[in-house]
Design a protein around this ligand. Structure first.
Ligand code: TXA
Ligand code: MG
Length: 353
């Protein structure tokens, strides 16, 4: 199949909306990452999303809507959902509520709940409006690859597999939306994103974060969100997160990348040493910039044949929690302190000298 890439202007959006209505898949930009969409009411088209991505059949999709009214047609609204949607929609927040029976269970991978999000990106909104139906869409990557933040990324993963990509430039946030269980009275974060636990607590009074956000599920353990069970966002390189003060991490990354071919040190700009070599890559100035740059950098590492990546661990608050959640998964939860890594380096040298 030839994949057409259309500029996301009025004509492109109308053509994409036609495709959605006739049961085809369309990749489109959102403020978080690109999505791969189909009409939420077309079970066969929704099924085709799983095939195109190679996505496990037990991992549900997000239904993208224009706002609260559309969302209420798909899910059983709760007072908490109302509070959160009023505060953060349209935007990078996905709400989980009970699914209404008229929505195909294929969208929810058989779960009794449904994930709903009103994106803020003007192209995503225009597409939903022109299609006249909510759009079921996961991220537009092949399963197990970093989410796409540009149309190039989508082409890389799904070129030849889907008919159409709407090109709306780079996604602003760069990480997927915050997923929140809104079925009870207290928000429970299942996947951290740009709408942070701190922000959620401000409007809801309190906020919980699922414990599995920062650790690997045990074999057979219940996953509050199926996405937690799956290997995610993995670059080809082996990755280790390095914890410690800025100075300690800078020292460890310097030692670990010196004379190490195909090895990268990824860190916030302020700890990168003056005159650092090309093996040093900047995550940006803060967690927000790191979110924007992360998936791009992981794909870039693959392109350059990088085999080993050491990354500065960020503080797990605000946007840092979302970045750390993705990094920890990409690293298979290999998290070490700068001190133990430096000690390991030292021991190795001691053995060979
Ligand atoms: O920002 C985003 O959320 C992007 C854009 C395209 O909107 N979409 C996205 O979709 O990241 P996806 O499919 O890659 O991630 C959806 C996540 C998965 O981790 C899935 O397990 C979880 O949401 N999810 C969906 N429905 C759920 C449900 N009913 N209960 C619990 N988790 C659910
Ligand atoms: Mg995804």
């Amino acid at each position: 199949m030839q994949t057409r890439r259309l500029k996301a202007d009025e004509q492109g959006i109308l053509e994409a909306a036609d495709r959605i209505r006739s049961g085809d898949l369309v990749a489109f930009p959102t403020e978080t990452v690109y999505g791969l969409g189909a009409s939420v009411y077309d079970a066969a088209a929704v099924q085709a999303i799983f095939a195109a991505k190679g996505r496990p059949g037990d991992n549900p999709l997000i239904a993208h809507v224009l706002g609260i009214r559309d969302a209420q047609a798909l899910g059983e609204w709760t007072p908490l959902a109302q509070t959160l949607a009023e505060a953060f929609w349209p935007g990078p927040l996905t709400l989980i509520v009970k699914r209404r029976p008229q929505v195909s269970s294929v969208v929810s991978a058989g779960l009794p709940t449904i994930a709903l999000r009103a994106p803020s990106h003007p192209v995503a909104r225009a597409l939903i409006a022109a299609a006249g139906v909510p759009i079921a869409a996961p991220s537009a990557n092949r399963s197990g690859r970093p989410s796409p933040t540009t149309a190039d990324h989508v082409m890389e993963d799904l070129g030849g597999i889907i008919p159409l990509v709407l090109d709306g430039g780079a996604s602003e946030v760069g990480l997927e939306s915050t997923v929140v269980d809104a079925t009870s009275e207290i928000p429970l974060v299942l996947r951290p994103g740009a709408v942070t636990p701190e922000m959620l607590a401000t409007v809801a009074g309190e906020c919980r974060v699922a414990e599995a956000v920062m650790r690997q599920l045990r074999e057979g353990e219940y996953a509050p969100s199926p996405g937690m069970r799956h290997k995610h966002y993995a670059p080809k390189a082996r990755m280790t997160l390095v914890e410690g003060s800025g100075d300690e991490v800078a020292a460890a990354l310097t030692a670990l990348t010196a004379n190490a071919p195909n090895t990268w040190a990824l860190a916030l700009a302020d700890i990168i040493p003056q005159g650092a070599g090309p093996q040093w890559r900047s995550l940006g100035r803060d967690a927000g910039e790191a979110a924007h740059n992360l998936f791009y950098l992981l794909r870039e590492a693959d392109h350059q044949g990088v085999k080993r990546i050491y990354v500065q661990a960020l503080r797990r608050d605000g946007m840092g929690l979302a970045v750390m959640n993705r990094l920890a998964r990409a690293a298979g939860f290999d998290i070490k302190t700068a001190r133990e890594l430096l000690q390991g380096q030292h021991d190795k040298k001691g053995n060979t000298e």
